[in-house]
Design a protein around this ligand. Structure first.
Ligand code: BV8
Length: 254
């Protein structure tokens, strides 16, 4: 992370933008869950999963080709979530709700940690690892146990699958339109913890930029959008976001 003092100055500048903002949107990726101990999509490939390409497993073709393997990969990742707790980055986003009129989270994450932290408005672009429905009929499935060797079957006979958006699948229509609307109506848009590579989620920062929002990127590494953001806060979200909230509280004298 940049020198603390630099980051402090940066946090002060971002706090000034927030003090004039009514609507703030956070576009988040797997990096914001890293400090909760959840590996990012690519990091998850350790141990027995090291030899598998997540982009092949996270597809309908991959599931149909080897339902057992894909089912067990999600079971492993769902267990990794286990008793993972939101980290200070998630909690800073929640705290901001008491300091600006409206905060919306538009996340690529499937781990539910923003909701667990208490964020009141979360749009899940890529679904949830905690939800399930059947592959052919789309019938919801509940109380799906862990440690099954293979996908259970729905009453209609179809295999049950994780309620996530796989590569090659369309995002839930309402999710993307909500994301675009929030980016268009927010004065400040944070892009935190995402490599900004996966489409169409990665198009949202550009939409925000086109509509004149101030873009703040929070990431230890540069990404394809670093060149277009107004402020690049180079550091982990679990450390950077609490600094922004602290600076805003100081500015507001709360
Ligand atoms: C679709 C759920 C069309 C599953 C995921 C152009 C336009 C449209 C589509 C495409 C296109 N080009 C290519 C495509 C196809 C594809 C795509 O984008 N491919 C990529 C690889 C190029 N897109 C799709 O298939 C999408 N569907 O377009 O459908 C369509 C339309 C109509 C009808 C039919 C079809 C669907 C994409 C959704 C895929 N599902 N997740 C699952 O998780 O199992 S994507 C998954 O990977 C994540 O959700 C996330 O979005 C993405 C990346 O994950 P990670 O690598 O873990 O995280 P991230 O990239 O965010 O990187 C971590 C970042 O955090 C890093 O930058 C790191 O530096 C930073 N970091 C680390 N520590 C910290 C930190 N930051 C802050 N603090 C820290 N402490």
């Amino acid at each position: 992370m940049r020198e603390k003092s630099d980051m402090q100055t940066l946090a002060g500048r971002v706090a000034k933008l927030l003090s004039k903002a009514e609507r703030v949107t956070f576009l988040t990726g797997a990096g914001v869950s890293k400090e909760s101990g959840i590996p990012t999509f690519r990091d998850a490939q350790t141990g027995m999963w090291a030899n598998y390409n997540p982009q092949e497993l996270a597809t309908p073709e991959g599931f149909l080709k080897d339902p057992k393997l894909v089912w067990q990969w999600y079971d492993y990742r769902r267990k990794l979530l286990g008793d993972a707790e939101p980290n200070p980055g998630h909690r800073a986003i929640v705290e901001l709700e008491s300091l600006v009129t409206k905060v919306t989270v538009v996340t690529q994450n499937i781990d539910g940690l923003h909701q667990k932290a208490g964020s009141s408005d979360v749009v899940e672009l890529h679904g949830s690892i905690k939800k399930f429905y059947c592959f052919d009929g789309g019938h919801d499935a509940h109380d799906v146990p862990f440690d099954l060797e293979e996908p259970p079957l729905c009453k209609c006979g179809s295999m049950i699958r994780p309620g996530v958006v796989w590569f090659g699948e369309a995002l839930p229509p309402h999710a993307m339109s909500r994301g675009l609307k929030e980016c268009a109506e927010s004065e400040v848009v944070f892009v935190a913890g995402t490599s900004a590579l996966v489409q169409p989620a990665a198009s949202l920062p550009y939409a925000a930029h086109r509509r004149g929002a101030k873009l703040i990127e929070v990431n230890p590494d540069e990404t394809p959008i670093t060149d277009i953001v107004d402020e690049f806060m180079q550091g982990p979200s679990g450390q950077v976001l609490p600094m922004v909230v602290a600076a805003l509280k100081e500015l507001k004298g709360v």
